[in-house]
Design a protein around this ligand. Structure first.
Ligand code: H79
Length: 449
């Protein structure tokens, strides 16, 4: 039985306006976690804390006053916005999402509504402004991460037990709204808001507030894209309302995990997976030997998987307190960028091909093309032949390597719409792409919705 939901989705999904189409075509984004936590980098008074570096205040039980005094040490003398933007561009991302305020409450922009901000650090300048300008100059869309949960703000509560708590939360709501409108006012080129820290009981109990807020923010910045994490309906249901309808503009529940690669249902909504390079570190942690560090091929596979299921991939970087990136991150960015230089045509503007996932890797399909499908290969078969199962009646005209010299594969038809592609004697070590060209008469079958 359908519940009546008053404070659910604002619009018809998936959104088909230009801003949303652009977001969807971007596919690959960079996430930046930067705040005071980058200074201690997971180590406090000589002790290393394995849990996420941006949670150090909580893991090490540091008082708010002590933590907040890190503000007077925040001086990223090595920060070069143009260099950052260049690195992102070279990696192949089309958008970036940066933490304007994480759970610690420190603001990377000069905010009228708090002194706990960049203006009151030795750096003083509008760091966020420099960042946005530099990325925009490289043609990269900027979105802003904002944590509602706030360890610094005296009015933040998990749960409202008393009248005083209720009054405090009213003030926190006003503060939150003011800051968000301030961000959109100061930085009009911003394309999206990425909400986090919205799981507290008081937020879940205030569905009407987040509903009204989403409306206001979108009035202020038409085309604005917000993640599903912002919202709870009036029954406290998050991400999806009580009838299972997605809220916000895309699903943002895939944090450090991907959907099952065979999942077809997930292709119906826009969604984004956010991913860390170590197991669970968003902010800068000095010790990256604590857990597995993903390789560029693992990360590329995740990007391709997301694309194959109509999702975006947001890959996190955690710069140092001084304002530069660790070498390992620079190297991974370069390796991914090298792969994107040759293969980005299977990512940008691409999505679900309408076919089942197969054992050699992932299909993607460009919305520009009716008669070509991309195979992105991560697993080479022992027999040297790629089994490809298309729809019944589909005829492959040609299959060839995307990389030059675009060698063709021998085709062996084994059933209606099913083929073996005989490996060319290439020595592809990295994930590589085979383009399948279909006979025109079948092209309509592969049209994306
Ligand atoms: O910014 C990065 C992390 O610092 C942040 N989100 C990413 C993007 C993050 N904050 N908290 N966590 C990750 C993990 C915390 C999960 C929990 Fe809960 C919060 C456990 C209990 C409350 C939300 C609600 C998840 C499970 C229940």
């Amino acid at each position: 039985i359908k519940k009546e939901v008053k404070y659910g989705q604002l619009t018809e999904l998936p959104r088909q306006d230009e801003a949303m189409k652009k977001w969807r075509s971007n596919r690959f984004g960079q996430f930046i976690h930067w705040g005071l936590y980058a200074i201690p980098g997971g180590i406090w008074e000589g002790k290393t804390y394995k849990y996420a570096a941006e949670f150090l205040k909580s893991s090490a039980g540091i008082s708010t006053a002590t933590w907040d005094s890190l503000q007077y040490q925040f001086n990223p003398v090595k920060f070069d916005a143009k260099e950052w933007a260049k690195m992102a561009k070279d990696m192949g991302v089309k958008y970036v999402t940066i933490t304007t305020k994480h759970h610690e409450g420190f603001c990377l922009w000069p905010s009228k509504y708090t002194d706990f901000d960049i203006e009151n650090t030795p750096y003083r300048k509008d760091l966020l402004g420099e960042f946005i300008k530099a990325y925009n100059e490289e043609g990269i869309d900027v979105s802003l991460y904002y944590s509602v949960l706030d360890w610094h703000h005296p009015d933040w509560r998990y749960k409202l037990n008393t009248e005083e708590d209720k009054a405090a939360f009213e003030r926190l709501k006003a503060f939150t709204e003011n800051q968000l409108l301030e961000l959109l006012e100061r930085y009009p080129t911003v394309k999206g808001l990425w909400f986090d820290g919205t799981w507290d009981q008081c937020w879940k109990d205030n569905g009407k507030f987040s509903y009204d807020l989403e409306k206001k923010l979108k009035e202020k910045n038409p085309g604005l894209i917000v993640n599903s994490r912002m919202r709870a309906d009036e029954y406290g249901s998050r991400h999806f309302d009580s009838n299972g309808v997605l809220m916000g503009d895309y699903e943002s529940g895939y944090e450090r995990r991907l959907p099952n690669p065979w999942d077809v249902a997930v292709t119906k909504n826009d969604w984004e997976c956010c991913m860390t390079i170590p197991e669970n570190q968003w902010g800068y942690h000095k010790d990256w030997t604590l857990t597995h560090i993903k390789t560029s091929n693992e990360l590329i596979e995740m990007l391709v998987q997301c694309t194959s299921q109509n999702g975006n991939f947001l890959l996190n970087f955690g710069p140092r307190g001084e304002g530069n990136f660790r070498e390992k991150e620079v190297k991974l960015a370069k390796e991914i960028g090298d792969w994107m230089d040759d293969n980005s045509s299977v990512i940008y503007n691409c999505g679900y091909a309408g076919l089942k996932k197969q054992s050699w890797g992932y299909f993607t399909k460009s919305s520009d093309s009716d008669d070509a499908i991309n195979m992105v290969v991560f697993n080479k078969p022992i027999n040297g032949k790629y089994r490809v199962k298309l729809n019944k009646g589909s005829i492959i005209k040609r299959a060839y390597l995307l990389s030059k010299p675009k060698k063709s594969f021998n085709l062996e038809e084994i059933a209606n719409g099913e083929y073996f592609l005989d490996d060319v004697k290439g020595k592809c070590k990295d994930p590589f792409v085979i383009i399948i060209e279909l006979e025109d008469k079948d092209s309509k079958k592969f049209k994306q919705k």
